[in-house]
Design a protein around this ligand. Structure first.
Ligand SMILES: [Zn+2]
Length: 662
């Protein structure tokens, strides 16, 4: 492994056994069609869209977030239990802060796996070592490991599982520990996590005390622990948690099981309700559980929930969770823009869930949702410089402060960091038939097929700014297999050629290219990146008479600094004509380098707020609008120049003709 050459692990005094570091390892899952390649098999070009984003995360976000966690007492919460900090040090932060440092360690592990930036990674490794030592020192003799239910609160351990987040924190501990063991071979944290998990398993279960994940998360961690250790008891306990059989023993009320998305059988769910991140994490765990057990009741439920999400409850940005009250899903079509809660964690959870569904089914529609969430609702969650974060990601703003370096509930920042850290591991998967290309971006793959045939792929592209992508395929020796290229649903009119010969490439599928591949074979894909106008189902009442602008995988928005007029952004509308065209302009100087889109619009000649509340439409004439040029930027890049008005769904001046346009 490349890693060894850079950071000898005898530093830890452990005999390191590095394994292949998949984000989710379905290599031996009986009901998974796809098997992710390890993170270290893929190197994103440093100048590529995601390569740059990863570098910023590694060099800026990771060290500054570690400092923030230190300053806010997250690690002192452990130190005060061992005498490493004065016992008089008060515990700081909400009940779930332990999970923040666990997620940060998981992110660090993913970066250490890739081993691409030795200087930054050496610093990261030292911080990980500090954190791991502090954490495992605080473990109780019986295995319990939590900084909140200690001291005078120790008698409350596992007595308030609907709010305690004890099992949630254990889940994040296990995920961090597994990632670290896979990345570096360091299993100190994994051993601590297993001791804690075994303590939980010894105390709770159907014939023991009742347990509940008040915030689902542990389910997917336990399935991964099963995959890592081969110990079936962890899978079984995940099934117990998902079975929701303890409703009566725990005296759970319907409003609680709705909010938590746990406590009743997962397989009884018919729609996404309640806290969005909880519900999505529960679906992640249930999908992992299905991948190992093949229980058809889970598959049916997951399919039903997926339809509910994409037909009724997902924002165009891939965000979910409409309501701030309860951080919750709304009803079907309840997708307000300014009020959208759309927590960064919920978009990430959506991405994580669709990744698991992709593994199970191998259907490109899941990767389409991943791409939508990644480029938009997740990417917006971290500033371009990597030091400020959104908790909410609304689709309209009147300019309120949206980015902060830290949150008291700091779940989102390290969640974004672990997503960026793991990114290379999402690009490709293998199946028995060959290789799947899930995401696009300049990179190299150095891996092998499931039959052992070595395979290298070099992908050159300026995606997502440009729709032209070149692949050079180099198998170890000439071999017959398939490469599946995802043709996104938005990519109508895609051209795909193999050594110059055109192959079929219908949108919304993986285009299978089956042949005897030889070293130097070339595949070229051209996606049509013409900007698209997108309308909502009319039942999304707030989007009536409005359109969103998309280009490739990116959702665009209007932000005030780009518009030429002094009026409010909300006095403007898009003027569509039968030959509507956007002017596309590459702006290397703007917002880290983007393509801006310009289009004719209309602006009120005086602020609309000067108008009366109601007016007689028949009596009105409209000489009062004047032409303006509207400039759209990618949604992810908003709120990087200060606090300004922003809008994704833009009113159409001549709204009745939307259908005729494009
Ligand atoms: Zn969050």
């Amino acid at each position: 492994m490349r890693y060894f050459a850079l950071f000898p692990l005898f530093l830890f005094g452990v005999s390191a056994q590095v394994s292949n570091a998949q984000v989710v390892n379905t290599s031996h899952s009986p009901d998974a069609v796809l098997h992710p390649v390890p993170i270290q098999a893929v190197q994103l070009d440093s100048s590529s869209f995601w390569g740059q984003r990863r570098t910023v995360t590694l060099e800026k976000s990771m060290p500054t977030m570690f400092d923030e966690l230190e300053q806010h007492g997250t690690l002192d919460n452990f130190r005060r239990l061992t005498g490493a900090a004065p016992a008089s040090t008060p515990r700081k932060g909400p009940v779930y802060t332990d999970s923040d440092i666990y997620k940060w360690i998981e992110a660090a592990a993913f970066f250490l796996t890739a081993a691409e930036h030795p200087g930054a990674e050496a610093d990261l490794l030292a911080k990980v070592d500090t954190a791991v030592k502090v954490i495992i020192a605080a473990q109780q003799p019986d295995g319990y490991l939590n900084t909140y239910y200690v001291g005078e609160k120790a008698n409350l351990r596992f007595t308030e599982m609907h709010r305690s987040h004890e099992l949630y924190c254990l889940g994040h501990l296990l995920q961090a520990a597994i990632a670290l063991q896979r990345a570096t071979g360091d299993r100190r944290l994994l051993d601590a996590g297993i001791r804690y998990a075994d303590y939980v398993l010894s105390e709770f279960g159907t014939d023991k005390k009742p347990a509940l994940t008040g915030h689902p998360e542990l389910e997917m961690a336990l399935v991964e622990l099963y995959r890592q250790t081969g110990e079936a008891k962890y899978l079984k306990f995940a099934g117990y948690l998902l079975s929701g059989v303890e409703t009566e023993r725990l005296h759970l009320r319907p409003d609680q099981t709705t909010y938590m998305f746990s406590g009743i059988p997962f397989t009884s769910r018919t729609a996404f309700v309640g806290h969005a991140v909880r519900a999505m994490y529960a679906a992640c765990g249930a999908t992992d559980y299905y991948a190992e057990t093949g229980d058809p009741a889970y598959k049916q439920t997951l399919d039903r929930l997926w339809q509910d999400e994409v037909r009724h409850k997902m924002y165009i940005t891939g965000g979910v969770g409409s309501r701030s009250e309860g951080e919750a899903f709304g009803s079907a079509y309840e997708l307000p823009n300014a009020q959208a809660y759309t927590e960064s964690c919920a978009a990430i959870a959506n991405y994580m869930w669709n990744w698991r569904m992709l593994n199970v089914e191998g259907d490109s529609r899941f990767a389409d949702v991943m791409e939508r969430a990644l480029y938009n609702g997740i990417n917006s969650g971290m500033s371009l410089d990597g030091t400020l974060y959104c908790y909410r990601n609304p689709l309209e703003s009147s300019g309120e402060k949206i980015r902060n370096p830290f949150y008291d509930t700091d779940c989102c920042p390290p969640n974004i960091e672990r997503t960026m850290g793991a990114l290379p591991g999402y690009f490709y998967s293998t199946s028995a038939r060959g290789l799947y290309v899930n995401l696009y971006g300049a990179n190299t793959l150095d891996w092998h097929l499931e039959n052992g045939t070595a395979l290298k792929i070099a992908e050159q592209t300026n995606y997502p700014w440009d729709g032209s992508i070149d692949f050079t395929v180099t198998p170890g020796s000439a071999a017959e297999f398939s490469i599946y290229f995802r043709i996104p649903e938005w990519a109508q009119g895609t051209r795909l050629t193999v050594n110059g010969a055109t192959q079929s490439s219908a949108a919304g599928h993986y285009a299978e290219v089956h042949r005897t591949w030889k070293a130097g074979d070339r595949v070229h894909i051209t996606f049509d990146m013409t900007p698209r106008l997108t309308a909502s189902n009319p039942l999304v009442r707030e989007n009536a008479g409005r359109v969103a602008v998309e280009r490739g995988p990116l959702v665009y928005c209007l932000e005030k600094p780009d518009q030429p007029i002094a009026l409010s952004l909300f006095d403007e509308s898009l003027e569509l004509t039968p030959n509507t065209r956007f002017k596309e302009q590459r702006r290397a100087d703007l917002l880290g380098g983007i393509v801006v889109l310009e289009h004719a619009g209309l602006a009120a000649s005086k602020p609309l707020e000067d108008d009366p509340l109601y007016r007689d439409l028949a009596a009105a004439n409209h000489p009062r609008e004047r032409p303006v040029q509207l400039t759209f930027i990618p949604y992810y890049a908003w709120a990087n120049r200060g606090q300004y008005e922003m809008e994704v769904w833009v009113p159409v001046a001549n709204g009745g003709n939307i259908r005729a346009e494009k």
